[in-house]
Design a protein around this ligand. Structure first.
Ligand SMILES: [Zn+2]
Ligand SMILES: [Zn+2]
Length: 136
């Protein structure tokens, strides 16, 4: 085994390749690879195998890495548990309706209506007066 091969073994292990696959690529015996890796702290399960598909995002709740399946909708949470916790603590944000601002055509006052973009008058009184013309 030469230096280049040692370097390559380290690289391949970093990518999460198994001993057998590395042995094949470098035309060495699997045992040689295995022994070498164990002696140099490259054995066992590789701590950080690179994701095969696309990017890694972080769980919005716990910050754990979430590997994106790619081609599908973005996964924001590592688990359903985290998703539920996040939704429960963000209900007000999720449910917040827009605040619409209007100018009342009758009294010309600026007012805002919560979650209702079809409001026209600031009050029922203005609506009546504008519609039926100040019933004296
Ligand atoms: Zn999580
Ligand atoms: Zn008004």
């Amino acid at each position: 085994m030469n230096d280049t091969q040692r370097q390559q073994i380290k690289e391949f292990r970093g990518k999460g390749y198994g001993y057998g696959r590395i042995a094949q690529i470098l035309s060495l015996s699997e045992n040689t690879i295995k022994t070498y890796c164990r002696r140099h702290g490259l054995g066992g399960v590789v701590a950080n195998p690179a994701p095969i598909n696309g990017e890694v995002h972080h769980c919005l709740w716990c910050g754990k890495e979430v590997v994106q399946p790619g081609g599908r909708k973005e996964k924001k949470f590592c688990s359903d548990k985290c998703r539920n916790k996040w939704w429960n603590s963000n209900l007000d944000k999720v449910n917040r309706k827009a605040n619409y601002e209007f100018i009342c055509p009758h009294c010309k006052k600026l007012f805002s209506a919560y979650g209702n973009k079809n409001r026209k008058y600031c009050s029922h009184a203005c609506y009546i007066e504008d519609r039926f013309g100040g019933a004296e």
